[in-house]
Design a protein around this ligand. Sequence first.
Ligand code: SAM
Length: 350
Amino acid sequence: MADDGDRHRQSRLITDEDGGFDAERARDESLPVENGELIDTDELADHQHYVEDRGIYDERNRVNDLTGKEWKYATKSVLAEGYPPDVQHDLRSEHGGQKPPRLCAELIGRFSKAGDTVLDPFAGVGGTLLGASFCEHDGTGLRKAIGFERNERWTELYETVLTRENEERRARGEAPLAEQDLRHGDCADLIDEIADDSVELLLTDVPYWHMDELEQTRNERETRESKLGSFDGDGTAATESAASNDTDSGTTQTKAEWLADMAEKFDRFTDAVASDGHLVVFIGDMYRDQSYEFLSADLARAIESTAPVTLAANLIWYDPTKDLHVYGYPFSFVPSMVHQNVLVFRLDDE
Ligand SMILES: C[S@@+](CC[C@H](N)C(=O)[O-])C[C@H]1O[C@@H](n2cnc3c(N)ncnc32)[C@H](O)[C@@H]1O
């Protein structure tokens, strides 16, 4: 086994003009480099192996397929990326709450392994399902995805999106995206079809709380009064965007009813998730009645109160491409919501 002296001698053989270690050249010559240093692969433990260009992979990794170097990046609590409209965005945006498939693929890569099953009980037009299919082409390996959606308009739109996207991909000579299993119906019924412990990741974007009409009218009036105009936006108010995101439901609920409904549903969903799996949940906070509605915190506590899970993280998806509006100016500070929360739960030990 090479000692430290050997390793440094070896590194010195690949030097740049200034006599320093030339990591780029070493990489070009397919030598194992991590953190700017040449790795002596003989020194790796039995459970480690070097993956070209990606770093050292630890076979004990139960969470994902990332190397140590990739893992370090993937634990960042902020995802600061705006995803340009793609994958038939014009069609998918008929659904006000659609999520970028590539953002979903990024989260799926962090919280599952190739071949795992991902479940989205509130699937909409299939951001999660498309993300699971993308994983195959991004080199992280296909995941099987199952989605539930009670509005047939969205299940049909997912089919149209996939057909059109794959026609375009074939025309460009690219491999098609795998078709995933989107089931039409109420998740409260469909969840019974999923065997216990058969899902490694539940990734979803919950239906928003439908405020009762009185609350909503008062809220919209206050928003109109405080809104002087928008710099460059589409005129959507912070409060309205969240409330109207899920356009298919006419029912209204108090916040307590919404939280109780979510808590009960997640308790049932959790049975489907394997013991070392995760639940990852998108939820936007709201601003209403001149105060911040910490929906993410409320939802996290509600889910923890019924389901056998513990909140492991609150990731922030910051979308730098979001339009800014003038709310409250010049009298009152009103936030322009350019982020969403991504709650990460792990299952409690039995
Ligand atoms: C915020 S959207 C999800 C959007 C999705 N992430 C996408 O990329 O299209 C929530 C979805 O849950 C659906 N939904 C609400 N309640 C449901 C239920 N009980 N069963 C199944 N789907 C439901 C709504 O119709 C809505 O499309």
